[in-house]
Design a protein around this ligand. Structure first.
Ligand SMILES: [Fe+2]
Length: 472
């Protein structure tokens, strides 16, 4: 067998240029310029993660997962804002920084550096990519990868090391765990190419997890990106995007879409008991908005409602995508093993979010990034934000025209529990100038647009997920 050739530099494509182009400087800047006025009640930090190669990649660049995580933080207090950004420094990134160039190629490249280049521990290993999400749980800030041990992040955004949740979860967790606002528990899954193919866990507010529990009834490994919870269930959507390790080792694709296999939803009882499986024709989702338990309006039976951004089949949530996601709802009948799906809003959206205080409960509003369909000069995924009102079916939108927008996150007004009291935050970049900003949009009237726009001192590349962290 011939050893794979040493990889060559990657040609910069749309995900390594324009608003996606990586930055290398790490800065701390206080007293950012604010257009408009930051609400006095905003007291905390917005932190967002995203792929940002430290050095020019070689071999391949698998958007949106490849690269090196970079955290961007905007601290807001007393009407003022400051910005800090830092790489998530895995051991490999530290080795590459000492070398002054990238060593390990992208995720979809087979070539691995030997111990002479990266040392015996890292030799032959995959690149760790904690660049998808960043959450705070149990007082810890965690940079999350797809089903891996997350990296703990310190108060100066420094990388502290990997977390195994009290040695309970050596394989780690997914990048989209859900924190139950009722119990403080963080519920997560982990998928794997080897049995057991899918496990789930509950991490207590003390940061200690339950040993991973297999989800019964999963016979093939498939890729799952996001999840949802209700008071009663962990909701896992298994679309037919299967891992095929044998094909990948021959140089083929690691993932294969099997339309005919359909999509299954697993309702895993959080208090134990058998998994309830519900099946339908194939569809794909990158992201859920939220789920909750409910009663069927006709016969009063127990149902589960899941809102999510539905794709016909997988495609990167990015420029050039040939399929368009819609905000959708699955009404799931655990007893019958069936689901009914409907499009909630006939507009192109992804990155849906709700007020995190309502995770697992009915949400009056789901916000999302929206693609207007107008000709654009930039390759960012969306150029507007949308708010779907689940009570009326109305969609409010704020069109940013020449801005490439990131996922919205909700910052609640600490002085009110009403669902429309607070602000939606989104990092935006104007591709023509490279200027980035944090827009602050009032939840009570989002179509009116930002009440404040915080100018970032440096460009913030388009990235993945973030969260508002209120000052405790
Ligand atoms: Fe995601």
């Amino acid at each position: 067998m011939t050893a794979p050739a040493r990889p060559a530099p990657v040609e910069p494509g749309p995900f390594l240029s324009g608003p996606y182009s990586p930055v290398t400087a790490e800065v701390d800047v206080t007293d950012l310029h604010v257009d408009g006025e930051l609400p006095d009640a905003l007291d905390g930090a917005y932190v967002r993660n995203g792929p940002n190669p430290r050095f020019a990649p070689v071999g391949s660049h698998l958007h949106p997962l490849d690269g090196v995580g970079m955290l961007h933080r905007v601290v807001i207090a007393d009407g003022r804002a400051r910005y800090t950004n830092r790489f998530v420094r895995t051991p490999l990134v530290e080795v590459e920084e000492r070398a002054g160039h990238v060593i390990r190629p992208g995720l979809s490249t087979l070539w691995r550096p030997g111990p002479d280049e990266v040392g015996p521990v890292l030799a032959g290993t995959l690149r760790r990519v904690p660049d998808v999400n960043v959450v705070r749980h149990g007082g810890r800030l965690l940079a999350l990868a797809e089903c891996d041990r997350p990296y703990r992040i310190g108060p100066q955004l420094q990388t502290l090391g990997q977390d195994t949740f009290g040695d309970t979860l050596p394989a780690g967790i997914c990048a989209h765990p859900k924190i139950d606002p009722r119990t403080g528990e963080m519920v997560a899954f982990c998928d794997n190419v080897a049995p057991p193919f899918l496990t789930w866990t509950v991490i207590g507010p003390d940061g200690v997890g339950t040993p991973p529990r297999p989800v019964e009834g999963v016979e093939r490994p498939s890729m799952i990106h996001d999840m949802a919870i209700t008071d009663r269930y962990v909701v896992l959507v298994l679309a037919p995007l299967f891992f095929d390790v044998a094909e990948a080792t021959k140089g083929g694709s690691l993932l294969e879409w099997k339309q005919e296999a359909g999509t299954r939803i697993a309702l895993v009882p959080r208090d134990g008991g058998p998994v309830r499986w519900c099946e339908d024709e194939a569809f794909w989702l990158w992201h859920t908005a939220n789920a909750h338990d409910a009663k069927d309006p006709v016969d009063g039976s127990d149902i589960v409602v899941l809102d999510y951004a539905e794709w016909e089949r997988p495609s990167p949530p990015a420029p050039g995508a040939t399929v368009t996601p819609r905000l959708a709802r699955a009404t799931i009948d655990p007893a019958a093993g069936s689901m009914r799906r409907e499009v909630l809003a006939d507009v192109a959206v992804d990155f849906p979010r709700v007020d995190d205080r309502l995770i697992g409960r009915p949400h009056p509003v789901a916000a999302a990034v929206l693609r207007t369909g107008r000709p654009r000069s930039h390759p960012g995924w969306g150029d507007a934000l949308a708010w779907y009102d689940t009570r009326t079916g109305n969609v409010a939108r704020w069109e940013a025209t020449d801005l490439a927008l990131g996922e919205p996150a909700f910052a609640p007004d600490p002085y009110s529990s009403a669902p429309d009291r607070g602000w939606w935050l989104s990092l935006a970049t104007r591709p023509s100038t490279g200027e980035s900003s944090l827009v602050v949009i009032p939840a009570a009237d989002p179509a009116a647009g930002p009440v404040a726009t915080v100018r970032m001192p440096v460009r913030v590349p388009l990235g993945q997920h973030g969260n508002w962290l209120p000052t405790p």
